[in-house]
Ligand binder design. Structure first.
Ligand code: HEC
Length: 199
């Protein structure tokens, strides 16, 4: 086909697509896909730099996974880490409206140390330094497991490679997570939204 004719045919389609892509939230309204996750040349997920603006889903204490062969043993002397779970805001808005996760949804889990000597020393536990940061990226078109997991050490790692398919992350999440491989049962805002589902 003549190149000029091809361009004339394709241009309107392209502009329609650009129009359909909401630049502010990076949501493609034609496909419902959230396009916020960015990758480097080696397909490592670039650590989002605005997690402080993500929506808080839940917080738990000492809820970490025991290492293989280790007993779970939460006590006040040995509280383990504090976990903070957040969702990327564009994905949260989509979820709130549609009651399911859009392709491209990112949910983070940050593990914090508990402060050893809080000042002033009041009862209970306070949040210390960030130890590990993990991302669950849901995408049914892109990944055979419908999801991918990424682990960053503390504040150091700025990119993370994808955990290989069929890893233990996927196994536990699919077996134990209440909704679409996520632990919605522990996130109050998500529980509320899911309770409005019609099915
Ligand atoms: C033995 C079970 C288990 C395994 C294995 C596991 N997780 Fe989780 N994961 C959980 C639980 C439970 C939560 C809920 C968070 C909480 O309450 O602390 C969670 C929550 C998460 C979340 C928050 C979003 C969501 O899906 O609910 C991320 C991100 C996450 N895990 C990443 C990982 C990564 C990365 C791996 C593998 C390296 C992994 N998990 C392996 C049990 C598991």
């Amino acid at each position: 086909m003549n190149t000029k004719i091809l361009i004339i045919l394709i241009l309107p389609l392209l502009s329609l697509h650009l129009y359909a892509q909401d630049m502010q939230t990076n949501t493609d309204h034609l496909t419902g896909e959230i396009r916020v996750a960015t990758f480097d040349d080696e397909n490592r997920l670039i650590r989002p730099d605005n997690v402080d603006e993500w929506v808080l889903l839940g917080v738990s204490v000492g809820h970490g996974y025991p290492k293989e062969g280790e007993e779970a043993g939460f006590t006040l002397d040995n509280p383990g880490k504090m976990q903070v779970i957040q969702m990327e805001p564009g994905a949260y808005n989509f979820f709130k409206e549609n009651k399911y996760y859009a392709n491209g949804t990112m949910i983070s889990l940050a593990f914090y140390e508990t402060l050893e000597d809080p000042e002033p020393e009041i009862d209970g536990l306070a949040q210390g330094e960030l130890a590990t940061f993990e991302i669950h990226l849901l995408h049914k078109e892109k990944y055979p497991d419908d999801r991918a997991f990424f682990v960053y050490r503390g504040d150091e790692d700025l990119t993370a490679k994808i955990e290989p398919q069929e890893n233990r992350c996927v196994q536990c999440h699919m077996a134990e997570g209440d909704f679409d491989g996520t632990f919605s049962q522990f996130y109050p805002a998500v529980r509320d939204i899911l309770s409005e589902r019609k099915d």
